[in-house]
Write a new protein. Structure first.
Lengths: 211, 211
C-alpha cells in the first residue's frame, strides 16, 4: 500500500510538490487545506493556471508578460521610448517599476548567458534587442542584469553587439550610450558586512559628494 | 496600472498566494515557474486538484481520506479491528502508519474540541466513534490526539462518552480499555532542553526499566 490513503490525494500531492521549494510534507498540508475549500474555490484555483497558460502572451516589443500584443509600458506615450532597460526576467521589471525611479521602456531577455547551464546568446532575446536598437530611435541602453559572472558576460556580449551595429551603420543614429546599474554598498548596510569586491569597487567607482 | 503586467498573471498569483504560508513574492516565483511548463504539464497540475475535489471520499468507517467507500485499512483482514486509534486528522494516520508500530484501525475526528475556535463535539466525528464502539466488538480505544489543552479536553470528552455508553449497556461487551499515547521526553532529546511540564510528567509516569 502506498504511503497515501488515496491515489487522487497522492497525485495532488505530487503536483504540489513539483513546485520549486515545496517539500512533500508541505505539499500534503497544502493539498489537505485545498480539500477543505468549496468546489467553486478549487475550480477558481485550477482555472487560474489554465487561463494563465492559455491567455498570457509576451509583448512583441519588450517580451514582458502581457495581456495584449504590445504591453501597457511599451504602448504608453508617457514613457521615454529612447531609453531601454535590459533585464533578465519579468520579476526584474516589476522590481524596477516599484522603485518609481525609471520612466523608460524595458527589454526582457528571459534569461542570461550561462555556458554552465548551456544557455547561449541565441537562447535569449538578444537578437530582438539588437533589432530594436537598429531601428535607430534608441539613445541609451541601461544594462540591469544580475551582478554575477553570467550577468557580466551577458553585459559584455550585448555591448559588443551594439558596437558592431554602430560600426556597420556609421550613418545611423548618433552614438548610443550604454550604461549599467551602479554597483556598491547597499543602502543601510554596514561596511564591515559588505564583501571585499563590492567595497573595493565602491571606492574605485566613487561618486562626487553633493553636500 | 496594477503592480502586475498582466491580469491573468495577477489572478494566478492571487490563487497561489491564497495557499497558507505562501507569500506574494513566492507566489509570483511559483507562477512564473509554472509558465515555463508545457500545456500538458499545466493541465496535469490543475487537473489533479479538480480530480481530488471531485473523486476523493471519506471512509464510511474511520473517515480517513479514501478512494473507496471503505478504506484499505478498514477493509484489511490483517488489521486488528478490535483496537481503534483516535486521531485528529489524515496526516496523523500517515504518521502512525509510517512508524510501523500499529496494526489496529483508526478513527479520524477531523478536528479537536476547541471552544476558542468554536469547534464543539458535534462538529467533529465523535458521535460516529461512539456508534462504532456501541456495536460491541471494540476492546481498546487509543487516544492519539495532540498533547495540548484542546487535545486533553477532547480526550476527556471521549472518555466520558464511552463510560456513559458502558453504564447504559451493562450487558454489552466487556469493559473497553481506554489508553492514551505516552507523553515524555522525546527520543534523542537532552533533558536540559525539555520543558518542565514534560520532564515532570516523565518522572511521575516513569516506566519499569527492562535491562
Amino acid at each position: 500500500m502506498s504511503e497515501y490513503p488515496s491515489i487522487v490525494l497522492e497525485q495532488a500531492v505530487n503536483q504540489m510538490a513539483s513546485l520549486p521549494g515545496v517539500g512533500r510534507r508541505t505539499a500534503l498540508r497544502l493539498v489537505l487545506h485545498m480539500l477543505r475549500r468549496t468546489d467553486e474555490e478549487v475550480e477558481a484555483f485550477a482555472g487560474a493556471f489554465l487561463r494563465l497558460k492559455k491567455e498570457v502572451i509576451y509583448c512583441r516589443e519588450c517580451h514582458n508578460i502581457s495581456d495584449t500584443e504590445i504591453c501597457p509600458i511599451c504602448s504608453s506615450p508617457r514613457r521615454d521610448h529612447s531609453t531601454i532597460c535590459v533585464v533578465e526576467n519579468v520579476q526584474d521589471v516589476m522590481s524596477i517599476e516599484n522603485t518609481g525611479q525609471y520612466n523608460g521602456v524595458y527589454h526582457v531577455l528571459g534569461g542570461i548567458i550561462s555556458p554552465m547551464e548551456g544557455i547561449g546568446p541565441k537562447d535569449i532575446e538578444i537578437d530582438s534587442l539588437i533589432e530594436r536598437v537598429a531601428k535607430g530611435s534608441v539613445d541609451e541602453i541601461i544594462l540591469a542584469l544580475p551582478t554575477t559572472m553570467e550577468g557580466d558576460t551577458t553585459n559584455f556580449y550585448i555591448y559588443r553587439r551594439i558596437q558592431n551595429l554602430q560600426t556597420q551603420n556609421p550613418n545611423g543614429n548618433s552614438e548610443i550610450k550604454i550604461s549599467q546599474i551602479a554597483r556598491g554598498v547597499a543602502v543601510g548596510n554596514q561596511l564591515e558586512y559588505t564583501d571585499e569586491i563590492t567595497l573595493g569597487r565602491s571606492i574605485v567607482n566613487r561618486t562626487e559628494f553633493k553636500g
